[in-house]
Every structure is written in structure tokens, then in C-alpha cells.
Ligand binder design. Structure first.
Ligand code: TA6
Length: 295
């Protein structure tokens, strides 16, 4: 039985939210199930029918206006990580910290498609002094397809950075492995000094990993211990891979101390030199497609 239950109350481990002011959209389709919080247009769960959950969602995630949900797919926009000029600004921009509008929902034999929009207003202009149209299309089926479309409706050129910051569930971090970045140069941002290095064949996890791979448009694969995921992208020449490891995880109030063992973030990004500059009426689409590789 298929269905899109719009604006269902949130049920989560840390609290039960009968609060209609924090709605979750629940998609139950013959091919896949997913949950999307209106806050941040935040996909918090995606599971093809007959498969295990693809996304990691922290059991300690906070569901409150202004705070990004820890896990799922946070939308980092219109900048990645720290604001380039003003350290007072929220990390990863403001799209993930406010309520979006649901502007479309449809379903077919292939799955369900939902469209969201983030209004441009005086509050956003205080953070990002431009007029824009920001639309997010989420297609749920045998794949999870995410498309973030930015249109510059200002009269001046607008910088657009960010990432689709996907938390991918793994059985045990020490057995997770990323393929597809061999020989790609990256910026290692762990520690006080960023270093440029080159990736060896496989990326495995035995320490904090916080890397911006640049000049790469390649799809990558992740061996999760549950399944092998293929993570493809568009509109991005930089891929970010992150795991906070022990110390950083212990310092995060919305992540269990051992939560780092259960996810790898693989992000389609426009980071550092890959920030786009949109002329008036220009459009940029950042996309990511996540699928389970069939055996
Ligand atoms: O994507 C990697 C990263 O930029 C890390 O440096 C870390 O800050 C992570 O994002 C999570 O950021 P958040 O603001 O969600 O805690």
C-alpha cells in the first residue's frame, strides 16, 4: 500500500512529538519508505522495501527550531562549514536550521516525489544579502535522488556553496570502506593546519576523517557491512568524507559517544574553490543519488 502521510506527528527515541509545529512527512510506497522533516527539508530516513535503513539518524538528535537534526541528509547552504568572512554566522549556512514549505507531492509506480521551497525573506537577507529561489526535490524509490536548485533572482552575482551532507549507516566503522577516490587530491582538515594529500586506493576508518576531495565528479561506493552503496552526484567538483571519531563524538550532545561507529558522511559539496558564482537569473543544481548496489 502506498501513501504519503503529510505532516504526521514525530515519534522518535528521545521524545514523542505530538507537536504539530514540528511535522514529519512519512512516505510509505511499495518500493521504499522515507521520513522527511519540514524543518530543514531534512530527509531523516530512507529504506528501500526489503532492505535495511540506508541513513543514520542519531537517537540523541534534537528536534527543535533552529537546530540541525544530527543524521539523515542535512542541507548545507549557502556556504559549507564556516562562513568565509564572518565566524559569527552559523556553520553550514542556514537552510538546515529553519522550516521549509512543502510545495509539491506526487507518486507513481516508480516512487514518490516531494518538492520543498525555502522562502527568501528579511531574515535570510541578514545572513545572505541576496534574493534567491531555493527548491529541493526529493525522489523516493529504488534510489534516493536529491536535487537542490538555487536560482539567483538578485541583480548582482551571488556566491553559492554548501553540501548534501548525507549520514550513511554502517554496521561498524572499522569495517566500512570507501572506493572511488583513489589518487584524488584532498584537503585534510583534521587538526589545526589543513594539509593537502593524495588518496590511496581505499579509504578506511581508524581515526577522525575530515577530508575535502577536490576536482572530482566521480561516484563513490561505500561498503557498509549491510550493503554496498553507490553515491553519485551532480553539480559538484568536491566530495567531503567525514567521521568525527571518538573525541569529537564524545563532545557532541546530539550524538551518543559510540555513535561515530555507526555512520560515514559522504557529501556532494560545493566547498572551498568549488563555490559557484551565479550571475543574475543564473541557476545551479547540486544533486546526490544514493542507491544500494544490486549483487
Ligand atoms: O562535513 C564535515 C564537517 O564540515 C565537519 O568539519 C564537521 O563540522 C561536520 O561537518 C558536522 O558539522 P555540524 O555543524 O553538523 O556539527
Amino acid at each position: 500500500m502506498s501513501g504519503i502521510d503529510l505532516l504526521a506527528p514525530l515519534q522518535c527515541a528521545s521524545a514523542t512529538y505530538p507537536n504539530p509545529d514540528y511535522p514529519i512527512i512519512q512516505i510509505r510506497h511499495d518500493l521504499a519508505e522515507a521520513d522527511i522533516a519540514l524543518h530543514g527539508a531534512h530527509v531523516t530516513s530512507y529504506r528501500p522495501v526489503g532492505e535495511k535503513e540506508v541513513l543514520y539518524l542519531s537517537p540523541d538528535a534534537l528536534y527543535e527550531k533552529g537546530t540541525a537534526i544530527r543524521g539523515g541528509v542535512p542541507i548545507c547552504w549557502p556556504w559549507f562549514n564556516a562562513h568565509p568572512d564572518n565566524a559569527e554566522m552559523p556553520a553550514h549556512g542556514f537552510a538546515r536550521n529553519r522550516f521549509w514549505e512543502l510545495t509539491g507531492a506526487s507518486e507513481s509506480n516508480e516512487g514518490a516525489v516531494l518538492t520543498f521551497s525555502l522562502p527568501c525573506n528579511e531574515q535570510t537577507k541578514e545572513l545572505h544579502p541576496y534574493d534567491f529561489e531555493l527548491t529541493y526535490k526529493v525522489a523516493i524509490g529504488r534510489k534516493l535522488e536529491l536535487r537542490l536548485m538555487t536560482k539567483n533572482t538578485s541583480l548582482t552575482t551571488m556566491p553559492v556553496g554548501g553540501a548534501l551532507h548525507s549520514y550513511l549507516a554502517v554496521h561498524e566503522i572499522s569495517r566500512a570502506c570507501v572506493e572511488g577516490l583513489a589518487s584524488v587530491d584532498y584537503i585534510d582538515t583534521v587538526g589545526s593546519e589543513s594539509m593537502q594529500r593524495q588518496q590511496e586506493e581505499l579509504l578506511k576508518f581508524d581515526q577522525e576523517i575530515d577530508r575535502i576531495y577536490f576536482n572530482t565528479t566521480a561516484a563513490v561506493s561505500l561498503e557498509t557491512g549491510f550493503h554496498r552503496l553507490v553515491v553519485d552526484k551532480g553539480g559538484s567538483d568536491s566530495t567531503v568524507v567525514w567521521n568525527p571519531w571518538i573525541e569529537k563524538a564524545a563532545a557532541m550532545r546530539d550524538l551518543p559517544d559510540d555513535g561515530f561507529r555507526k555512520f560515514v558522511c559522504i557529501e556532494a559539496a560545493n566547498a572551498r574553490a568549488d563555490v559557484r558564482r551565479l550571475c543574475p537569473e543564473g541557476v545551479h543544481v547540486l544533486s546526490q543519488t544514493i542507491s544500494i548496489q544490486s549483487p
